[in-house]
Write a protein that binds this ligand. Structure first.
Ligand code: UGA
Length: 418
């Protein structure tokens, strides 16, 4: 099939490369000439395991090309995926300017029967506006569908090759058959629904997961008031098949470019439609206030951060990515600096001023593990203790270490909810 993929962020590049690998002819499009020049050379502008190899392979076969020209990308495409950013507007709702700009730019070049698929996260009802914008600029017949994306950064290629399901938000027409055929090599699990349901499904999934994380963080905070260990609680609760224990680690709250944005957007949407006591307003508030709340607690614990040196291990928002958007480190570091602490940092993929973990720990009074990079899971704790200064606190915000082993090495352990 001949495809055009508009937008070369995580979702755009991964989707383009995976469909090209499946044998489709794919043109990746972005208005950013610098990005396109790099992609043409096989350079991915971010760290994502397995993606560079896939990009090089699919460009070599000729299945994947890149351009900045709408005319070139759209004039032969049977299916066009829109995967541009939808940041939050100042009022918290989704800012759709990039979606609408790309729709207006592609419309004059559409071929008869083309399917425009919105993959960007957009509020229910957006397809009507998209249809109106396209219809004003072309006489050909076209369809607009919604196929939300569920890939995670750090496992994006794997998630795209093996999706749990493909949600097809389609109306009457041939989009259902065409999109099923296109995705069939990836899964047999298709769930067909109205476009608005598909869009709601994306928001609801991210908001459910964000709520689940917030829930366990709340339980963790209560565990700290007694002798309970939240990790044991998760094991016990997770054995109930209705609950499950996967994707359920407590910490400093959810970050990244999706959950904070999507919770804020659904909260703003709820306000907008008169649901002013929406749960999601509270979830957003709890997550935004979590880091300052925990930092105030750690401040007491270590006897005040002022004048102390703190080693931060992990600057990305989670492991296997160099994405620092809404990363805990961003907030933790500015909090520490505002409280007169000296900060040293380490990260295997985020370049700015980073050291190896032992160099970062040398002379530090406190080590804070913020990201569970594989490299940081087997630290030589005795060596760490030997280079640190008293009081030698090890704050494990991902609960990756055995508290007893950390204490035995001569460090003071603090996890989350244990
Ligand atoms: C998330 C969703 O998981 C994807 O399904 C979705 O496609 C994507 O957003 C999106 O909307 O584009 P992502 O932001 O890449 O993916 O990362 P996650 O692995 O889901 O983590 C999100 C945040 O939650 C991170 O800060 C992570 O540390 C935190 N988290 C996750 C927890 O604190 N506890 C958990 O148990 C899981």
């Amino acid at each position: 099939m001949r495809l055009a993929c508009i937008g070369t962020g995580f979702v755009g590049v991964v989707t383009a490369a995976v469909f090209a690998k499946l044998g489709n002819t794919v043109v990746g499009l972005d208005i950013d000439e610098g990005k396109i020049a790099k992609l043409k050379q096989g350079i991915v502008p971010f760290f994502e395991p397995g993606l560079s190899e896939l990009l090089v392979e699919t460009q070599k076969t000729g299945n994947l090309t890149f351009t900045t020209s709408y005319a070139e990308a759209i004039s032969s495409a049977e299916v066009i995926f829109i995967m541009v950013g939808t940041p939050s507007a100042p009022d918290g709702q989704a800012d759709l300017q990039y979606v609408f700009a790309s729709v207006e730019a592609l419309a004059p070049h559409l071929i008869d029967g083309a399917i425009v698929v919105i993959k960007s996260t957009v509020p229910p009802g957006t397809n009507d506006k998209v249809k109106e914008l396209i219809g004003a600029k072309t006489k050909v017949s076209f369809e607009v569908a919604s196929v939300p994306e569920f890939l995670k950064e750090g496992t994006a290629v794997e998630d795209t090759l093996h999706p749990d399901r493909i949600i097809l938000g389609v109306e009457l027409g041939h989009a259902k058959e065409t999109l099923t055929k296109l995705h069939e090599p990836l899964t047999q699990n298709f769930i067909v629904m109205k476009p608005a349901s598909a869009q709601m499904c994306k928001y609801a999934s991210n908001n459910y997961l964000a709520t689940r994380i917030t829930f366990i963080n709340q339980i963790a905070d209560l565990c700290e008031q007694n002798d309970a260990d939240v990790e044991e609680v998760i094991r016990g609760m997770g054995a109930d098949r209705r609950i499950g224990s996967h994707y359920w680690y407590p910490g400093l709250g959810y970050g990244g470019s999706c959950f904070p944005k999507d919770v804020k957007e659904i909260a703003a949407y709820a306000q907008h439609v008169g649901e002013s006591d929406s749960l999601f307003i509270k979830i957003d508030l709890l997550n935004s206030t979590r880091i300052p709340k925990l930092m105030a607690k750690y401040d007491q614990l270590v006897g005040g951060f002022a004048g102390k040196t703190v080693a931060i291990l992990g600057l990305s928002f989670k492991k296997n990515t160099n994405d620092t958007r809404e990363a805990p480190a961003e907030y933790v570091i500015s909090w520490l600096r505002a409280h007169q602490a000296l900060v040293k940092t380490a990260d295997p993929q985020v370049p700015a001023d980073t050291l190896d973990p032992y160099q970062a720990a040398t002379g530090s009074h406190v080590v804070m593990l913020l990201v569970e990079w594989d490299e940081y899971l087997k630290l030589d704790l005795t060596k760490l203790a030997s280079v640190m200064k008293t009081p030698k606190y090890f704050i494990d915000t991902r609960n990756q270490y055995d508290p007893a082993a950390v204490s035995a090495a001569g460090l003071k352990y603090q996890g989350v909810g244990r």
